[in-house]
Write a protein that binds this ligand. Sequence first.
Ligand code: TRP
Ligand code: SF4
Length: 327
Amino acid sequence: MAKKRILSGMRPTGPLHIGNLHGALANWKSMQDQYECFFFIADWHALTSDYDTTAPIRGYIMDVFIDWLSAGLSPGKCTFFVQSHIKEHAELFLLLSMITPLPWLERNPTYKEQIAQLQNKDLSTFGFLGYPVLQAADIIMYKANGVPVGIDQAPHVELTREIARRFNHFYGNIFPIPDTILTETPKILGIDRRKMSKSYNNAIFLSDSPEEIRNKVSRMITDPQRARRTDPGNPDVCNVFSFHRLYSDNDTVQGIDRECRKAQIGCVECKQMMSENLIRALGPIRDRRSGYEAKPDAVRAILEDGNRKAQAVARKTMEEVRAAVKI
Ligand code: TRP
Ligand code: SF4
């Protein structure tokens, strides 16, 4: 039986951090054998909010792509592409925009949230409201059966399903209705205990050197109640401890849990143990990265190959779409 096809994407907003690794990337990687995978970089989507600062986007595309490869997404198993290279997305977006009722977009929860959150930006644009329509075009263009996304993106896939149904209703059954594949995204806190995010300047990046990791971990906020080395600590509220759970073995985790509560271990030592384990855990990613960074032409060729494959699928879909819409 043919493998089911999944598709997902990321906006190129900068290098990826360990929050992205344990969220999207780990999930994508675990699906690459079971599914036919299309993963793409949504650079047009980056413009919906960053239309006034476009200069870094091209560089970010390569950063994100090298992060994907370094994290172990395999060019032999996945098709990788860049959204803006496949102009068919723009055409399908236009056709879908004709049939998408405005209220569907206006009641989209992520739309309302973002407008409220990003007060310093003028997001009252046509493109920003239409964000999910472009996303629907991205997804149905490849007739994806499933879309692995975190919970925050689930409303967009729901809208995609509605738009696809509406298209099929008007013009004939062309598109499968894609399933939302909800992916587990453990909440990873940054070194300042806020949600890890590039924009908060609190992230540990996949591309950080061991030195940078040691430095960042040494600055991590621990149990805020533990002011002195002689004070007992509480690992349950300590972010360093939650990192230990991810990167240290069970015995270490249990030992720290015990000793911290009795002030038998200091935070400096505890952090040093954790950062070495974190550095070790990211070792395979660092190794793959140095391999790819030594061959930038090969990396570009992988993306060009993916663009070609995606383009072929998109052309075929658009031929069917134009025939169905009779335009
Ligand atoms: N909106 C997604 C995000 O911000 C990125 C994206 C664009 C996407 N098109 C997509 C994800 C299609 C899945 C499928 O993360
Ligand atoms: Fe956190 Fe470790 Fe310090 Fe305990 S000893 S408060 S777990 S850093």
